[in-house]
Design a protein around this ligand. Structure first.
Ligand SMILES: [Zn+2]
Ligand SMILES: [Zn+2]
Length: 380
């Protein structure tokens, strides 16, 4: 079928909140082509495989698709993540990963990465099944409409949901590329608790409004709120005290042992159950912000530098809490404390060195930035 005319012979329109990749994958299906063949035939000028198309599509590509499908440019633009700039994150990146957006693998890679999620019930209800933009946002783990967990893998073989990877010709958008099972036949799982779902609903509303109200701080731009939330969720997922923190929070929440299997460095790479656990923890912390956060950090011995090494990217509403409440005060040793340790070292015939004195007092690099040096103590 010729794809060179002004309008493609079959010109599908995007559905409400449909991803560009889903829209194009449906178009390929309508032409009975694999997505790879469709991209090569329809977009010979563009190299669409290099980057995640939902983030990287530029104006010229979107105008081209809009023209070929008889769609308004604005509708085509709304199928990408570009309108999330200033709402979900500060500035949109076209060639690298954006905060919160789960990475979409366009080409075969060896690592099995969860990239797309779906609601079985939504897909079943759709006259024409399609994938929503919201399903690629890492804090979205449940379908609020159907009150069920989203699915990120095939129910039969465990293969991550991904319609962008090459599939045999004629295979449907909802079919697993590995075993052919249809996601619409997958079992439906209810979330263990309702609260993360309410919180997710709240987050989606913040994303629409463009601002959030932070208790004891006031209104802030939504992207600053999401940036802080991302920092907190990352600290619960990948920080060096993450496991201790998660276990403590869940114990205080009187919940069951948290589901958490992720060893990934990015929360966007975690599976749906791990992200759901993190969302539940974040919801509980924000229920009494910032008191619970401060208390949990103090109880578990977490200091500012455990949360974030570089404060420059942290929004002020979170930075001020860390700075005023979770900052480890620099412990200083008094002169008499140093003198006592020197006496002890001398009496026990041990070497009197800066390292030994610092070690015994328990303060790293005790003499750095100290007016009185070790030699001053040794002068009789
Ligand atoms: Zn649903
Ligand atoms: Zn499968």
């Amino acid at each position: 079928m010729a794809l060179s005319g002004n309008l493609w012979p079959i010109h599908l329109k995007p559905k409400e909140d449909e991803l560009l990749s889903s829209w194009l994958a449906r178009s390929a299906e309508a032409f009975s082509m694999t997505i790879f063949n469709f991209f090569s035939a329809a977009f010979p000028e563009w190299d669409l495989w290099r980057h995640d198309i939902d983030s990287s599509a530029d104006d010229s590509l979107l105008r081209f698709i809009a023209e070929k499908t008889g769609t308004l440019y604005e509708r085509a633009l709304a199928s990408t993540f570009r309108p999330m700039e200033g709402l979900l994150y500060e500035s949109h990146k076209t060639t690298t990963q954006n905060l919160w957006i789960m990475p979409l693998s366009m080409v075969q890679i060896n690592i099995k990465r969860f990239t797309l999620q779906c609601c079985t019930s939504c897909l079943r209800e759709d006259k024409v099944p399609f994938f929503r933009r919201a399903w690629r946002i890492a804090f979205v783990t449940v379908c609020c409409k159907h009150r069920c967990m989203l699915r990120d893998r095939c129910h039969a073989c465990g293969e991550p949901v991904n319609y962008c990877m090459t599939k045999p010709r004629g295979m449907l958008l909802t079919q697993c590329r590995q075993c052919g099972s249809d996601l619409r036949e997958a079992p439906i799982t209810s979330p263990e608790f309702d609260r993360p779902m309410w919180y997710q609903r709240n987050l989606l509303s913040i994303l629409r409004k463009g601002w959030a109200n932070v208790p004891e701080y006031g209104p802030t731009y939504s992207h600053l709120y999401f940036n802080g939330l991302h920092t907190i969720m990352r600290m619960m997922a990948t920080g060096r005290k993450a496991e201790k923190l998660r276990n403590h929070v869940v114990m205080v929440m009187e919940g069951k042992h948290p589901h958490f299997t992720g060893k990934q460095h990015f929360i966007e790479h975690l599976d749906v159950n791990d992200r759901y656990t993190l969302l539940g923890i974040a919801q509980w912390l924000f229920e009494d912000w910032p008191n619970r956060f401060i208390e949990v950090c103090k109880e578990t011995g977490v200091y500012g530098y455990d949360i974030v090494q570089d404060m420059r990217g942290v929004p002020y509403w979170l930075r001020s809490v860390i700075h005023h409440h979770i900052f480890e005060p620099q412990r200083r040793a008094s002169d008499s404390e140093v003198e006592a340790v020197i006496r002890y070292l001398r009496n026990t015939n041990q070497k009197i060195s800066e390292w030994n004195v610092s070690k015994l007092i328990g303060i790293k690099n005790l003499f750095v930035n100290r007016k009185k040096k070790l030699s001053d103590f040794l002068v009789k």
